[in-house]
Ligand binder design. Structure first.
Ligand SMILES: [Zn+2]
Ligand SMILES: [Zn+2]
Length: 270
């Protein structure tokens, strides 16, 4: 089984917060020797902040993907989506997903009780650390249990990414909500899905998401499949820390890195 240089969490200017064109992204990935990328543009139905609930214009996106595949024939370019789950709008999210022939669906959660965890004041205000972190973990477990039609679970521990807490209090760990994390890990394994290793927190936290104790628990329960993603929104972070994260997960006992074509999973050695 081969290894492969892949990045399965990427945003372009078709995402409302993306700051790189598809061309810039592909150029930068080819320069880094990356063999395969998957675009995972945002959909954020019902997001309370103005300008966030703006999905890509899919026809334009697909047309550009077709053109860019011709321009970069050696780079495998997959078409995916980052599903910003919202429990109140699941039927319409499902319909939006089913209308596009994505290769890959990345199940993500930014909103907890209608508030994005990156909104420090609104999310952490009036809560203890235990309350704020547990509410996120429980919402994430509910989300993963509500969905079956996805491929990988994104950035578990997102609540820590823009946390009001620092130092040792910052990471969301297994011990913060063992029951919720067991539910999530078992669900991923039972459905034969993947756990995402998201490298976007290396800069701020010195480690990817999820925190090591959650990755270890996933492996202990029998989890073998991972996707790796930089979650890059600009060329400065494309593929950042992915090789480093792979080495680390491998040292913890992680086995496979997955790629997807038309929702079919292909495994590579980490
Ligand atoms: Zn996200
Ligand atoms: Zn993302």
């Amino acid at each position: 089984m081969e290894q492969r240089r892949m990045d399965y969490h990427l945003h372009t200017a078709h995402s409302m917060d993306g700051r790189q064109t598809m061309d810039e992204l592909c150029q930068s990935m080819v320069e880094k020797g990356v063999q395969e990328i998957c675009l995972t543009e945002h959909i954020e139905p019902g997001h309370p902040q103005e300008g966030i609930d703006v999905p890509p214009i899919w026809d334009l996106w697909w047309n550009e993907i077709e053109a860019i595949r011709k321009k970069y024939p050696t780079l495998v370019i997959r078409a995916g989506v980052e599903i910003g789950d919202n429990p109140l709008l699941r039927p319409s999210i499902q319909a939006m997903l089913d209308a596009q022939p994505f290769d890959f669906r990345l199940l993500s959660l930014h909103l907890v009780n209608g508030v994005d965890c990156y909104d420090k004041e609104a999310y952490f205000g009036g809560k203890t650390r235990a309350q704020a972190y547990r509410a996120y973990a429980e919402a994430k477990a509910e989300s993963v249990c509500a969905w079956t039609d996805f491929d990988s679970v994104a950035h578990i521990g997102y609540v820590a990414k823009f946390s009001a807490y620092t130092g040792d209090e910052r990471p969301l760990r297994y011990q913060d909500a063992p029951d919720a994390f067991d539910t999530i890990c078992k669900r991923i394994i039972q459905l034969d899905k993947c756990l995402e290793i998201n490298t976007s927190t290396y800069g701020a936290m010195g480690a990817p998401l999820p925190e090591i104790s959650i990755i270890k628990r996933y492996i202990e329960l029998g989890g073998t499949c991972f996707t790796f993603g930089s979650d890059s929104h600009d060329t400065g972070r494309d593929y950042a820390d992915v090789e480093r994260a792979k080495e680390w997960v491998k040292s913890l006992g992680g086995k496979y890195q997955a790629s997807f074509r038309q929702r079919k999973k292909f495994l590579y050695r980490i």
